[in-house]
Design a protein around this ligand. Structure first.
Ligand SMILES: *Cc1c(COP(=O)(O)O)cnc(C)c1O
Length: 363
C-alpha cells in the first residue's frame, strides 16, 4: 500500500457534508470578500485562542510582514529569529527591509532562549518566535527577555494552532500572533488564508486598514496598504474546520503517541516535548544520521517522506546578501542534514500507521 506524506483529501472527507453545505451557502450568498463569514471566523478564532482581536488576511506570509509593518519595524532594524525555520518567517522580516539575526535552535527544534541575549544589539527591535512543527516554544524565558530589553514579540504560529505553553495559547504571548491556514496546516483552508491576532485594538485597527488598500471607509485611503483579504469561502470553510479542531488535534496526538511508543530503532532519534509545552503535531520529525538510507528504504516500501527543511534560510540563494557562510549556524545546519518528517495526517488509518511503524523498526 502506498503511503503519502500527507493526504489533504482525507481531511476533507472527514467532514465532507459540512464543508459542501457551507461552500454552497457562500457561493449562493452573492457576497465573496470581507463579509459575515470573515467577521464570524475572526470572532470565533479569537475566542478559541483567548485573544481580543483577530484580523483575517490572505496568507501566513502576509500575516508576518503586515505584522512587522504595523509595528513600524523596517530598514535599519534587527529582528531575532531561529535559524531552522521555514523561509517565510524570514521573508516576513526582510520584506520590510529589516535584518534577520539568527539564533540556533534547542533540542526541541525551537529557538534556544539561552542564546538570544548575546544577539541583542541597539538595533534589535523584535523577537520572532516560531513554534516549529507544532510545539510551543519556551515562552517563559522569551517573554522575560522581550520585557527586559523592551523588544516587540511576534509569534509565527503557522504550525502551532492550539499549542500551549503553561496553559496559554501560542499566538497570545506577544504583541502579534501570525497564523497561516494553508491547506496542509493543522487548521487548513482550501486555498491560501492567514490571520493576525492581537490584544491591542490600535494594532488591530492598523492591520484591518492595511489589508484593504489602506482604507477604513471605501475609497478613502489613508495609508498605502495591500490587498490581503481573507475571502468568504475560505473563512466559511475554516469555521467548519474550527468546530472540529479539538478532535483533529486529538487524532494527530493519538497517531504521534503511537509513533513515540512503538518506533524502536537506535538509528532514529524521536522528537521530544518540553516541560510545560504542548505539541499539536503539525509534523512528526525524527533525526537520523542515515537520512538518505532511511528515505530510500521507506521509498522501497512505498512510504513517502518530506524534509522540513533541507536548506536553512541563511544558506538560501535569496539570502546570499546576508553573507552567511556554511558553518555559521552549525546546529541549524546539522538539523537540516538529519531531519525527516514521517507521514502524518488527519484521517490516517490504523493500517497506514502500522505500516509506517513496522518499516521504521525494520530499517
Ligand atoms: C506555512 C508557514 C508560513 C507561511 O504561511 P503561508 O500561508 O504559506 O504564507 C510561515 N511560517 C511557517 C513556520 C510556516 O510553516
Amino acid at each position: 500500500m502506498k503511503i503519502m506524506p500527507n493526504r489533504l483529501d482525507r481531511g476533507f472527507f472527514l467532514y465532507q457534508e459540512e464543508f459542501e453545505k457551507k461552500a454552497l451557502e457562500v457561493l449562493r450568498s452573492g457576497w465573496y470578500i470581507l463579509g459575515e463569514e470573515v467577521a464570524l471566523f475572526e470572532k470565533e478564532f479569537a475566542a478559541f485562542l483567548g485573544s481580543n482581536c483577530c484580523v483575517g488576511v490572505a496568507s501566513g506570509l502576509d500575516a508576518l510582514w503586515i505584522a512587522f509593518r504595523a509595528l513600524g519595524i523596517g530598514r535599519g532594524d534587527e529582528v531575532i529569529v531561529q535559524g531552522n525555520t521555514y523561509i517565510a518567517s524570514v521573508m516576513g522580516i526582510t520584506i520590510n527591509g529589516a535584518t534577520p539575526v539568527f539564533v540556533e535552535p534547542d533540542e526541541y527544534f525551537n529557538i534556544d532562549a539561552a542564546q538570544i541575549e548575546e544577539k541583542i544589539t541597539e538595533k534589535t527591535k523584535a523577537i520572532l518566535v516560531v513554534h516549529l512543527y507544532g510545539q510551543a516554544s519556551n515562552m517563559e524565558e522569551i517573554t522575560a527577555l522581550a520585557k527586559k530589553y523592551n523588544l516587540r514579540l511576534v509569534e509565527d504560529c503557522a504550525q502551532s494552532h492550539g499549542a500551549k505553553f503553561r496553559g496559554k495559547m501560542t499566538g497570545t504571548f506577544g504583541d502579534i500572533g501570525c497564523f497561516s491556514f494553508y491547506p496542509s496546516k493543522n487548521l487548513g483552508a482550501f486555498g491560501d488564508a492567514g490571520a493576525i491576532v492581537t490584544d491591542d485594538p490600535e494594532l488591530e485597527k492598523k492591520v484591518r486598514i492595511f489589508r484593504n488598500y489602506g482604507s477604513e471607509k471605501r475609497y478613502y485611503n489613508c495609508v498605502i496598504g495591500a490587498n490581503s483579504r481573507l475571502d468568504e469561502l475560505q473563512a466559511g470553510l475554516l469555521r467548519v474546520r474550527l468546530l472540529h479542531i479539538h478532535e483533529l488535534e486529538q487524532e494527530r496526538k493519538r497517531i504521534c503517541s503511537r509513533y513515540l511508543k512503538e518506533i524502536k530503532n537506535n538509528k532514529i532519534e524521536l522528537p521530544r516535548i518540553r516541560d510545560g509545552a504542548t505539541h499539536v503535531w503539525h509534523q512528526f520529525v525524527v533525526k537520523t544520521r542515515r537520512r538518505n538510507d532511511l528515505i530510500e528504504y521507506l521509498n522501497t516500501r512505498e512510504i513517502g517522506t518530506i524534509i522540513h527543511y533541507p536548506i536553512p534560510p541563511h544558506l538560501a540563494k535569496a539570502y546570499e546578501y546576508l553573507g552567511m557562510k556554511k558553518g555559521s549556524l552549525p546546529i541549524t545546519e546539522a538539523y537540516a542534514d538529519t531531519v525527516v518528517s514521517l507521514p502524518l495526517y488527519n484521517g490516517m488509518t490504523e493500517q497506514e500507521q502500522n505500516i509506517v511503524i513496522e518499516a521504521m523498526n525494520h530499517f
